[in-house]
Design a protein around this ligand. Structure first.
Ligand code: PGA
Length: 258
């Protein structure tokens, strides 16, 4: 069955929250809250400053339960005169495992376009980082009946010429822009429709087996109450969680559903 052979993946997107001390406190509080037998994959995307301390801390704790630490962005260049930017190699060196790319807040506030996101996806793969690619339509696009057209455009441009062998390392988050950070999540059925479309597109672009291996997460106003209904859907492999990931209590509540 599509998606469900994998264990669920829960990714926290802290956005611009948490100093280093707050991040470490969070990690220490999270651990005892998790069900000892949970089988979920737990990912945390933290601000740049907290990445190294978090990666070091989770490395010590691998025996207890593995948590992957990730960045929320990176440069589309290898190195050079790009003031303020952080490269894939810099992230790799400090133990970062994954990187969120193309989040709608990057697209909206920093004018990131699909061709730039595509360069970042390629660089992340080349460096050995797992890209967590965000795609999704705006409210206007949805109203105009363009959801699938937009998803197709974002997928084909952001994944252009990416080899199918890399596909199994890819994570995609379907995040309808109109559902982010406002308490109005998509219905699980609507989300499943888009996830099915994404899986289908991956199958056509690569092959069905590779498409099955891609984790496709839903994101947008997920909380402890609605999370379980998303996880019942065939093509929803996990969740990308913003607001509800900010306290260890609310994040663990979701992880423990697994
Ligand atoms: P939210 O954010 O859970 O607060 O809606 C999700 C995201 O932006 O990744």
């Amino acid at each position: 069955m599509a998606g469900k052979a994998k264990s669920h993946l829960f990714a926290a997107n802290w956005k611009m929250h948490k100093t280093v001390n707050e991040a470490l406190d969070y990690l220490h509080e999270l651990r005892p809250l998790l069900h000892p037998k949970h089988s979920a994959k737990v990912y945390i995307a933290a601000p740049f400053t907290a990445l190294k301390p978090l990666a070091e801390e989770t490395k010590k704790e691998q025996g207890a339960f593995p948590i992957a630490i990730g960045a929320q962005n990176m440069s589309d260049h290898l190195e050079g005169a790009f003031t303020g930017e952080i490269s894939a190699a810099m992230l790799m060196e400090i133990g970062v495992k994954f990187v969120i790319l193309g989040h709608s807040e990057r697209r909206r506030f920093f004018h990131e376009k699909d061709d730039l996101i595509h360069r970042k996806v390629s660089l992340a793969f080349n460096a050995g980082l797992q890209p967590l690619l965000c795609i999704g339509e705006t409210a206007e696009e949805r109203k105009a009946g363009k959801t699938e057209e937009i998803l197709e455009k974002q997928l084909s441009e952001c994944l252009k010429e990416i080899k199918k062998e890399l596909g199994q390392k890819l994570i995609i988050a379907y995040e309808p822009v109109w559902a982010i950070g406002n308490g109005h999540a998509a219905t699980p059925q609507d989300a499943e429709k888009s996830h099915h479309f994404i899986r289908d597109w991956l199958g056509k672009n690569w092959d069905a087996l590779t498409a099955e291996k891609v984790s496709i997460l839903y994101g947008g106003s997920v909380n402890g109450t609605n999370a379980k209904d998303f996880l019942k859907e065939k093509n929803i492999d996990g969740l990308l969680i913003g607001g509800a990931s900010l306290t260890p209590h609310s994040f663990s509540e979701i992880i423990n559903l697994n």
